[in-house]
Design a protein around this ligand. Structure first.
Ligand code: MN
Length: 261
């Protein structure tokens, strides 16, 4: 049994409504808007324009992680920033378009605010699901790494203990430290440094597909949009990012396309 993903029945899509499609987007990295910072809304504007564009033809929307840069949720507090995106997600919910959010390494510590406020369903692990009789493995991808030491790191990074420890730190301190030492040094802001070594693809190819077949593997995290052939009936998609590529995936019930906005 491979515990790196789950087989879920929380998402069931037997067929798509007429002319509707399923959309996938990841790695928006919408920045924190702390007091005194410049009000950078251009990237959010672009995301909102895309959501308006797809909304009339959307059957379901998948957010594949690192939507926020950064999200650590306290019992009584959530981070500032991306408020217009939250309102737009609520609009999708009110129009009865389901939104599934697979948490990434920059927003793993969501608790339930996005569900309460915008009706978004949260997933903490990649999920194996069936859509229109085709099998998909979907997630952010950061936890898929052939290096065994990586699993130890993630057990610590995702632990409830670390989370409750971090919650004892005043919010301005915690966010201040993350902003100063993690976000400002993040290489993704400059370029796609990961392009040459896609560990997620390697993991799917070596540790999942030989044991459990999926027609489509869809992940983010690498910031490099690409389609790769795993074997004659299995494809790997990395859907890129909205930091420099503005790419997304679209499934029409038969084929999965990787597109640019
Ligand atoms: Mn990531």
């Amino acid at each position: 049994m491979d515990y790196s993903y789950r087989k879920t029945d929380l998402i069931q899509i037997a067929e798509l409504q007429k002319k509707k499609k399923i959309f996938f987007i990841s790695d928006l990295h919408l920045p924190l808007q702390f007091s005194g910072s410049a009000n950078a809304t251009e990237q959010e504007d672009k995301v909102l324009a895309w959501l308006d564009y797809i909304k009339p033809k959307t059957h379901a929307l998948f957010l594949l992680g690192d939507i926020f840069d950064f999200w650590f949720e306290y019992k009584f507090l959530v981070p500032k920033g991306a408020i217009r995106l939250l309102v737009k997600l609520l609009e999708f919910h009110k129009a009865q378009i389901p939104v599934y959010f697979f948490l990434g390494n920059h927003d793993y510590w969501c608790i339930d605010y996005l569900t309460q406020a915008c009706g978004v369903q949260l997933f903490k692990k990649p999920e194996s699901i069936t859509i229109c009789n085709q099998s998909f493995l979907i997630g952010h991808g950061d936890t898929f790494n052939p290096n065994p030491y990586h699993a130890i790191f993630y057990r610590w990074y995702h632990s409830a203990f670390l989370q409750s420890l971090a919650r004892t730190v005043p919010a301005d301190w915690l966010y201040g430290l993350i902003h100063r030492f993690v976000l400002r040094k993040n290489p993704i802001r400059n370029n796609s440094v990961f392009e040459k070594k896609d560990r997620i693809f390697k993991y799917c190819q070596e540790q999942i597909e030989p044991f459990v077949h999926h027609d489509f593997y869809i992940f983010g995290h690498m910031h490099a949009p690409i389609i790769k052939v795993l074997n004659d009936s299995s494809y790997y998609y990395n859907i890129g990012d909205w930091v420099s590529h503005y790419t997304y995936a679209c499934f029409d019930g038969l084929a999965l396309s990787l597109l640019n906005f």
